[in-house]
Design a protein around this ligand. Structure first.
Ligand SMILES: *Cc1c(COP(=O)(O)O)cnc(C)c1O
Length: 378
């Protein structure tokens, strides 16, 4: 039964309600023209997104995982190669590496920002490492300058996973514009979300852009001329038309999220043992996620669920401990920061349409939980 007060982690219906007419018109236009594959709206969205991300080229693809995968293919990462990825990220970052036959080498995160600990990267570099994939997790940029310097010194490609950072600025530079490629996801729950799966690769390198356009479309240079072994990984025209419409609102939506985060921080500071993710001085924050830490995470989560408040854990089990990566031989204790976070973090409801009443309700319930909590939880 849906409670009157139920607050979802992300409310996609609330967003659709505010832009229904625009979205419906964009969809109708595609249906009317039936230009479903690489229609003109794809190119139009690529151009607007390139401008938004401050890059020369944007290549629209099928999803975020494929954006990463195609980027690794474009820089010739393959079997026998290794790629550095953060231990604390969504599994797609590592799967992209595995999908081209390469091996992910994990690096632990920084306890305060949750992003890759740049100080640990150099120790992970060996003769097989060809690339680094920094992830701008939760909407805050990884510390790029020292990382780019290390990559330069070792001759490594940097492919940014910007799936949670559409519009985040690192010292004024947009995420997705600093590495050789930037990879975005438009999974429905992302800050810019499609009505299904979609993704984007951004780059300032025209040669890479050319390769990526071929790779996403069967390795084709012209119809039936296949100059390489590509994939079918194009973005649907329908999704491009929808995303192009939604992109016009993204700046405002990101600002709304940041304002909600400030409110949460203000109202939750000093409540129980709540710890916040630290704001990095070099990055803006678009709050794809609003995460708190507490020793009583599981009990708090259960309590909020009873109060009709949906929460999330991003992510409950680090990749190196997933069965899928048992073959890499990592063990508990290898990445203590990622492992500790997995047991402590809780994502609170966060979406642009969140109302101040909803924020107050969440905060009041968190407060009540800690006021009544037993030392070992409920
Ligand atoms: C969502 C996400 C992806 C994958 O994107 P999909 O579009 O779901 O394939 C990759 N990396 C990170 C960090 C993500 O959050």
């Amino acid at each position: 039964m849906r409670r009157v007060n139920a607050i979802p982690l992300v409310d996609l219906t609330a967003q659709y309600a505010t832009i229904k007419d625009e979205i419906d018109r964009a969809v109708q236009e595609v249906l009317g023209r039936c230009n479903f594959i690489l229609g003109s709206q794809v190119q139009e969205f690529e151009q607007s997104f390139a401008r938004f991300a401050g890059v020369e080229h944007a290549i629209a693809v099928s999803n975020g995982l494929d954006a990463l995968r195609l980027s690794l293919m474009a820089v010739d990462v393959g079997p026998g190669d290794e790629v550095i990825v953060p231990a604390n990220t969504y599994i797609a970052t590592a799967l992209a590496v595995s999908s081209v036959g390469a091996r992910p080498v994990f690096v632990d995160c920084d306890a305060s920002t949750y992003n890759i600990d740049v100080g640990l990267i150099e120790a992970a570099i060996n003769g097989h490492v060809h690339a680094i994939i920094p992830v701008h997790l939760t909407g805050q940029s990884a510390d790029m300058d020292p990382m780019l310097e290390i990559a330069e010194r070792h001759g490594l490609y940097v492919v940014e996973d910007a799936a949670q950072a559409h519009g985040t600025l690192y010292k004024g530079r947009p995420c997705g514009s600093m590495g050789v490629m930037g990879c975005f996801s438009f999974y429905p729950g992302k800050n810019l979300g499609a009505c299904g799966d979609a993704g984007m690769v951004t780059t300032n390198d025209s040669d890479m852009a050319e390769r990526l356009r071929r790779l996403r479309n069967y390795g084709q240079s012209f119809k039936y001329e296949h100059v390489g072994k590509g994939l079918n990984a194009r973005m649907d025209t329908l999704q491009a038309a929808i995303l192009r419409t939604k992109l016009r609102h993204l700046k405002r939506w990101n600002e709304a999220r940041a304002a909600h985060a400030e409110k949460y921080r203000e109202l939750l500071s000093g409540v129980g043992d709540v710890v916040f993710q630290q704001r990095a001085p070099y990055s803006s924050h678009i709050y794809h996620l609003f995460i708190i830490e507490t020793d009583q995470r599981d009990a708090l989560r259960k309590y909020l669920e009873m109060a009709g408040i949906q929460t999330g854990i991003h992510y409950p089990k680090p990749i190196h401990l997933q069965e899928a990566y048992a073959d890499t031989g990592y063990r508990i204790g290898d990445f203590p920061c990622a492992e500790r976070l997995a047991g402590r973090i809780l994502s609170l409801p966060m979406f642009p349409e969140l109302s101040i009443e909803q924020i107050h309700y969440v905060v009041d319930e968190v407060r009540t939980f800690f006021n009544n909590a037993h030392p070992h939880g409920v």
